[in-house]
Each structure stands twice: as structure tokens, then as C-alpha cells.
Design a protein around this ligand. Structure first.
Ligand code: PLP
Ligand code: COI
Length: 338
């Protein structure tokens, strides 16, 4: 099936493709995996993923490169990170070779959905690992499904390198439509949905999280890591155990070093934000999205140009996206051909 899509203007929403790939873990081992065209899953109503949050996802992208080949960006890193997550929440582990093979198989089966070179779009690849067997007492599932779905995407925040505004909720309990203090929720992204919607209602694209103990240090955005450029051109990003180790951030740090910049991974206080020259959100979905305004109560931090992207972040953006589509040399072997 050749899809009729407006490749230059894709947003970030689900578009049905040919198929996803699905593997089952039963009796202590994974099956061979199969391509499934129906985008539905049937599972037990007492599955651990539904009740106890035994579920994890990854996100990576496939690009049509300048030479016409389709390449994935650092799939090994996503495979390794999923392994760490699986161990932490006691799920069956997906061997790294199986992970990469699954991603390659599903992308190959959906070649026609990979946006063309020069369109600015990519095929977003979403691996998902879930506990599927019944369990009513607390405990890990005995069966798991690992699936990888794909969907063509463009910019996460409309406008590419156009800056967005972020918000910090110190008064979240009062800001939320109902009190939040006594609501116990299982830990996953669902807890960020309400602050996310609240941010949107107030005209912000994204919410910025500070450390839970002192509300003093910057952690990350709801969708992505935090990066900053100091006035003397250093790349700074928070050191924290409670943020996602972003593969995009790791790649940008390497690119920054290669461009001769100093890189600092260290605690960053909210109070030092006005001293930065440029701020951005970074991640697979958001790539680099400049953030030019952060509002915290009656404090407003404005950083970087009012319109457009600051020069250093733009240089990093061009470089890393250039590697992804084969316009820049892939010095570290990050890109994997499908
Ligand atoms: N932080 C959060 C909360 C995210 O959801 C993401 C995206 O998955 C990231 C950071 C960025 O990680 P990566 O660059 O590996 O996509
Ligand atoms: C990604 O960047 O892959 C994510 O999972 C983040 C989410 C906002 C889509």
C-alpha cells in the first residue's frame, strides 16, 4: 500500500501503517515474532500491565537518507535502555539482538511509510513491552508481549525550531482542577498528563520539572531533557538520577565536544536559568526545541531570541539531524541501515 500523506506537514499523531511486529514470551522464552496487520491486542483482563503498570515503551526514529537508504538512529541504545527498565520492573528482558532485529523487520515491512528525504519527517518507532498474564496478588507476569509499532511523524511541537514556552508549577496542588495531594497513582507517564493538560490550558507547550525535595534544581521537561548553552558557549545539562537518560542528549553532548564546546553534566539551579544564553528541550520526538520563556509563578525567565532559535542550538540541531539523514559523516557508527 502506497500511502497518500502530506509528508512535509506531518504532525505527531498516530497514522495506521501496514503492520506492527509482535513477540510472545511464554515458558521462559521468546517466540520468533510475527508481523500483524490489525493494530489491536487481546489480553487477559487481569494482566499486570493493566493493573500494576508492568509496561514500558521506547522511542526512536528511522530516516530516509540522502543516498536513498533507510537508517535507524542508535537503536542499540534503546535496546539497552529497555533492558534496564525491564530489570527494574521485573519484566522478561528483550535481548539486544532481538530488539534491533524486531525494529529492522517492522521498518522494512513499512518502507512506504518512511517519509522521503528532505521532507523533514521520519518514521517514529515505538517498541512496547508489557506483562500480559493474569496476576491478582502483587507479582510479575508469567507472560509478556513485546511489540514494535511504527507511524510517520513530523514536528512534535509545531514550527520546528520555533521557540516554545514552558511552565513550572510550584502550586500544583492548588493549580490542578482537583487537589492532588491525596491521590495515589501507579507510577508512569499518566501522572504527567494532568500537569501537561494544565500547561496547555494556560498557553504553554510544556511543563518543566524541578527536583522533588527542594524545588531548587532543574530536572527535565515533561517530554524531553533540558539543555542549556551558557553565555561563554558551554553545553550544560542536569545531572540527576530521576530523569530519563536521553539518547538525543548523549548524542548532542558528543557533537558539542566534537565542535570544540565544553560539556558540563551537573546540578543546575532554577536561579541560574536567567544567566543562560539559550535553552532547549531535547529528545527523539522533540529533537531540539528552543524554549525562550519559562514561567514560575510571577517569575518569568526569558532566554535566547524572541523568535527563532539561538545560534549554538541551531548549529547542534543542523549537525545531529545532518548525521541522521546522511548529510554529515557518521563518525561513531550511530546510523544502522535497515
Ligand atoms: N525525557 C523524557 C521524559 C522523555 O519522554 C524523553 C523521550 O523519550 C526524553 C527525555 C528523551 O529521550 P531520548 O532522547 O532517548 O528520546
Ligand atoms: C520520545 O521522544 O520518543 C518520547 O517518547 C517522548 C514522547 C513525548 C513522545
Amino acid at each position: 500500500m502506497i500511502p497518500k500523506l502530506d509528508w512535509e506537514n506531518l504532525g505527531f499523531s498516530y497514522v495506521r501503517t501496514n503492520c506492527h511486529i509482535q513477540y510472545i514470551w511464554r515458558d521462559g522464552r521468546w517466540d520468533e515474532g510475527k508481523l500483524v496487520s490489525e493494530p489491536f491486542l487481546s489480553m487477559h483482563i487481569a494482566a499486570t500491565s493493566l493493573h500494576y503498570g508492568q509496561a514500558a515503551f521506547e522511542g526512536l526514529k528511522a530516516f530516509t537518507c540522502k543516498d536513498g537508504e533507510i537508517r535507524l538512529f542508535r537503536p542499540d541504545m534503546n535496546g539497552r535502555r529497555l533492558g534496564t527498565t525491564a530489570r527494574r520492573i521485573c519484566m522478561a528482558e528483550v535481548p539486544e539482538a532481538m530488539f534491533t532485529d524486531a525494529v529492522k523487520r517492522v521498518v522494512a515491512a513499512n518502507r512506504d511509510f518512511v517519509p522521503p528525504y528532505g521532507s523533514g519527517g521520519s518514521l517514529y518507532v515505538r517498541p512496547l513491552l508489557i506483562g500480559t498474564s493474569a496476576q491478582i496478588g502483587i507479582g510479575p507476569a508469567q507472560e509478556y508481549v513485546f511489540l514494535v509499532l511504527v507511524t510517520p511523524v513530523g514536528a512534535y511541537y509545531k514550527g520546528g525550531l520555533k521557540p516554545v514556552r514552558a511552565v513550572v508549577f510550584d502550586d500544583y496542588d492548588r493549580a490542578a482542577p482537583h487537589g492532588t495531594g491525596h491521590v495515589k497513582v501507579a507510577g508512569n507517564y499518566a501522572v504527567s498528563l494532568e500537569p501537561h493538560l494544565l500547561a496547555h490550558h494556560r498557553g504553554f507547550s510544556v511543563e518543566l520539572y524541578l527536583d522533588a525535595k527542594e524545588h531548587k534544581y532543574v530536572e527535565e521537561f515533561g517530554t524531553s531533557n533540558f539543555i542549556g548553552i551558557t553565555k561563554d558557549g558551554r553545553y550544560v545539562t542536569p545531572q540527576s538520577h530521576s530523569i530519563l537518560p536521553s539518547i538525543t542528549n548523549d548524542s548532542l553532548q558528543q557533537v558539542a565536544r566534537d565542535l570544540g564546546m565544553a560539556v558540563e553534566v551537573r546540578p543546575i539551579t532554577f536561579d541560574e536559568l536567567p544567566d543562560l544564553a539559550e535553552i532547549a528541550a531535547c529528545g527523539t520526538a522533540v529533537v531540539i526545541t528552543p524554549v525562550n520563556e519559562i514561567v514560575r509563578g510571577d517569575r518569568v525567565v526569558r532566554v535566547g531570541p524572541a523568535e527563532g532559535c539561538g545560534p549554538t542550538l541551531e548549529k547542534l540541531y543542523r549537525h545531529v539531524t545532518g548525521i541522521q539523514v546522511g548529510e554529515q559523516p557518521d563518525t561513531y557508527g550511530w546510523c544502522v541501515k535497515v
